[in-house]
Design a protein around this ligand. Structure first.
Ligand code: BMA
Length: 861
């Protein structure tokens, strides 16, 4: 096969409310790209992420666009196919070559291939005419009847990324374009339509017949530690249909030189799908991060014409990698309800997770390097799982490759979110086509651990008042309970499937509420929307797959995109009173009553500051506190609670949101709180019954032993009572040590803290909210020294110092710091390393760079 990418196109706005200066002009446009990126590249539109530009670009949603290029391909030989492959069209388009219509597209989540052999031989115009997806969706809603959804644009009526139409953390830009490569492919005889190696690990040294069905079990080795990796390579072949059919030879090899290969002969009559089974003795196992290594084995597939005597030139080839591991989700009913626990290679794994959204609303700007940085940030926050949320995309091969390499488990939603969806054609057929294609594409990746039917659609149908407006209209049930399981049983039977998130496994929604915390996955949104974060402790969900709390972006990101602009991003700016209610701030705060919820969520713990600088710090801190509180609670309940997937890791533009890493890739205080809360080993003080316990969480394979020391002290560090005991915490377990007697018996709640230490980890408990504690407003001593690459800042508490944080991006937008949100009992020290140059040491050790929670209590003034 000869494949050539068509990257150079021209873009024209062809209709709709196009500004006069852009109407009719032709702009060079790189593919992959969209009208937004093409016009941005030429400075023809303002950056939609800055200020209020999003609003001024609203016209683009109703514009129509033409992508055009000239296809100059030699004529096809008599036995030669020439295809045009559109890997991703965003979204509703007609495609023509030399004036001949090739087809229409209406789904950005699948590819389109056209046979153009009869149309090549002379230069011809290749034209893609894009309609407004919004108008197409609105027309579809008229045709099929509107269905309820969480937002006010009909994103559920077109197969375009749901958050393209705006979300409560995302801009509403509605891109249009060619978002994945366009290729011209010339081939003869036959090609590989899809290659999907599926891996199962079987105990012992076995050789299975080709048709023996294997399912991933929980055991991966026999008593002697022997195992066999069974790689079932499913290959779909298309024949050219030109010339006499010839036999084909398919070579499959797994593991390179030292691996195994199988050669299969396909007679001239064979077509369609073939299955090749390769056995690999004693493969090294792939593990999630923190549980072992991530060995990856190359898989090579070569297709030859003939009986294999001539292997000089393959007709087509496929290269990928697999990892050897079994994954199942244990949903066994038990006395508390129904579990939901990932079991990898027979081992029950606590999922330390975050939800993932597209890393840039303008998808074509997401590079592999950027994904690598972001996934490193996930690992840096001690996460081992990302959930690719259903309002985004089926993530890219790059994303999955990086997760394979770094041991990050991926849970992939099928792309339906927060809405009722029509099941009528063409929607049913489109969903089926996109799932077949993406399941086949992603199934080889060892990091993929779950297919999930969608986000909050079953819950929405049950709870959000949809049933009445729907009447007897379809809403998506057929997808979750029929189509998806059927397609996956065929394409990827090695992966677990969940009906949706949240759901109660084994129950129909009318038998058991889909968001029942005791059954399966659970979304906790009452906290944030309605109640204080201390209510996280009201439930012990089996698997919280969404819970989140907002906070603003980092200062430097706000400064670039949202705050009043000065000459340089580090210069102090005048923030006008009431700024957080300004048009620009609210355009970058999309949550319903977002600021009210930020203030309400803060008020229970700290007074809401008047000035913007303090408010920014306080709400960032409160976000970190809320989520750390939730995660520690959830982890203390392992194995009953078998994971915690925080909403959300990343952002897709500069915005106030639930993210830990903001739209410019900067880590918010929440990121550091996640790093602490998801550390391999933590000490956290939790209520149990009427008393308190120290929960010692050991998520490692080694026992954790030592002396648990508890001390009740004054904030100034005077010891009032102590206790100590020897404890051994078994691997991957939690030990609860009761804190009883005088150590737990608070005298003056405003003036005391309980400090528990164990094996280098520390947990604090206080009996009063920060605003009611007699915190010293100036509780630290600081020294700053230059070190290689930046500065070392030692901070020592002279009295209890809460939430000690350095915000060096106040001084240098590129500055990085390794720690934030550290609680320091009196007399303890923490060290920050700041990467930056040319900073004023004095500035590093004072406000607004060095901050504490103590800063925010009334006594701090
Ligand atoms: C959940 C998610 C998203 C949303 C988030 C915050 O419902 O599934 O739809 O962004 O809450 O509101």
């Amino acid at each position: 096969m000869i494949s050539r990418e068509l990257t150079e196109w021209n873009l024209t706005a062809t209709g709709g409310p196009v500004p006069a200066d852009l109407a009719g002009i032709e702009v060079p446009a790189t593919v992959p790209g969209t009208s937004h990126t093409a016009l941005l590249d030429r400075d023809l539109i303002p950056d939609p992420y800055l200020g209020t530009n999003e609003t001024s670009l609203a016209w683009m949603k109703r514009a129509t666009w033409r992508y055009a290029t000239v296809l100059d391909e030699p004529a096809a030989a008599s036995d030669e196919r020439v295809d045009l492959l559109f890997e991703g069209v965003d979204t509703v388009a007609g495609i023509s070559l030399g004036g001949v219509e090739l087809g229409r597209t209406a789904n950005m989540h699948r590819s389109y291939r056209y046979d153009v052999r009869s149309l090549v031989g002379a230069p011809a115009d290749l034209v893609v005419d894009l309609d407004s997806a919004l108008e197409a969706a609105a027309a579809e809603a008229l045709r099929l009847g509107t269905r309820p959804m969480a937002y006010d644009q009909p994103f559920n009526m077109v197969r375009k990324m749901a958050c393209s139409f705006g979300w409560d953390w995302g801009p509403d830009l509605q891109t249009a374009g060619l978002w994945k490569p366009v290729r011209v492919q010339r081939w003869r005889v036959a090609r590989l339509v899809r290659v999907t190696p599926l891996v199962t690990v079987v105990p012992g040294d076995v050789a299975l017949s080709d048709d023996e069905v294997v399912a991933p079990g929980s055991s991966v080795s026999d008593a002697e530690g022997r195992r066999t990796g069974v790689v079932d390579v499913h290959v779909e072949i298309e024949r050219s249909g030109l010339g006499e059919p010839v036999p084909l030879t398919l070579d499959v090899s797994v593991g390179g030189q030292s691996g195994r290969g199988v050669s299969t002969f396909l007679p001239a009559s064979a077509s369609g799908t073939t299955h090749v089974r390769v056995h690999l003795p004693d493969p090294e196992l792939w593990w999630p991060a923190g549980h072992g290594e991530q060995p990856l084995y190359p898989v090579e597939v070569r297709l030859y014409a003939g009986n294999g005597e001539d292997r000089s030139e393959p007709l087509d080839s496929w290269d990928g990698r697999v990892g050897f591991r079994n994954v199942v989700v244990d949903t066994t009913p038990d006395e508390q309800g129904t579990s939901f626990t990932f079991v990898v290679n027979g081992k029950h794994v606590f999922a330390r997770g975050a939800n993932w959204i597209p890393d840039d609303h303008l998808l074509t700007r997401i590079t592999r390097e950027r994904l690598e940085r972001r996934i490193d940030q996930a690992r840096g926050a001690n996460l081992n799982l990302l959930r690719v949320w259903g309002g985004g995309i089926y993530e890219s091969d790059d994303f999955y490759d990086v997760c394979d390499e770094k041991g990050v488990m991926v849970w992939q939603d099928i792309l339906l979110a927060c809405a009722a969806y029509p099941e009528e054609d063409p929607h049913w057929g489109e969903l089926e086509a996109e799932l077949r294609e993406n399941a086949a594409r992603l199934a080889p990746h060892p990091s993929l651990v779950l297919w999930n039917g969608g986000n909050e659609n079953i819950w929405g149908h049950e709870d959000w008042g949809w049933k009445e407006p729907l009447g007897d209209l379809t809403w998506g049930a057929g997808y979750y309970y029929e189509l998806f399981p059927k397609v996956l049983a065929e394409i990827d039977p090695t992966r677990p499937y969940a009906d949706g998130s949240p759901y109660s496994p084994g129950f129909a929604p009318e038998e058991m509420h889909p968001n029942d915390p005791n059954h399966g996955t659970h979304h906790q949104w009452d906290v944030w929307n309605r109640i204080d974060y201390t209510h996280y402790r009201d439930d012990v969900p089996r698997f919280p797959s969404e819970f989140g709390f907002q906070g603003p972006a980092t200062w430097a990101t706000m400064r670039r995109a949202i705050l009043p602009q000065g000459d340089s991003v580090v210069e102090p700016v005048e923030i006008p009173p009431g700024f957080k209610e300004s048009e620009v701030f609210l355009l970058h705060q999309k949550a319903e009553h977002g600021n009210l919820k930020l203030d309400g969520g803060l008020a229970a713990h700290l007074d809401v500051p008047e000035g913007f600088v303090d408010w920014h710090w306080a709400t960032q801190l409160n976000q970190a506190r809320a989520i750390q509180y939730a995660v520690e609670h959830y982890r203390s309940w392992w194995p009953r609670t078998a994971g915690a997937i925080v909403w959300q890791l990343n952002d897709c533009w500069p915005v106030t949101s639930w993210a830990a890493v903001d739209g410019d890739g900067r880590r918010k205080p929440l990121w550091y709180a996640l790093k602490h809360a998801f550390a391999d080993r933590i000490v956290t003080v939790q209520p149990r019954g009427a008393g308190l316990v120290a929960a010692l969480v050991n998520d490692t394979d080694e026992p954790w032993t030592g002396q648990v020391d508890a001390a009740r002290t004054t904030l100034g560090g005077d010891v009032l009572a102590t206790s100590g005991s020897e404890v051994a915490v078994a691997p991957r377990s939690v030990t609860l040590v009761p804190l009883e007697g005088t150590v737990a018996d608070v005298g003056d709640a405003a003036n005391e803290v309980l400090v528990v230490t164990f094996g280098g980890a520390r947990g604090l408990h206080r009996w009063a909210e920060s605003k009611d504690l007699a915190l010293d407003p100036a509780p630290v001593r600081t020294t700053v020294v230059a070190e290689e690459g930046g500065y070392r800042v030692d901070v020592t508490a002279t009295s209890l110092a809460l939430g000690v944080t350095l915000l060096p991006d106040r001084l240098d937008p590129d500055a990085q710091v390794d720690e934030q949100v550290v609680d320091l009992p009196a007399g303890t020290t923490t060290v920050f390393h700041v990467t930056s140059q040319g900073l004023d040491p004095e500035a590093l050790a004072s406000r607004p760079v060095l901050r504490t929670e103590n800063d925010l209590v009334p006594s701090a003034g």
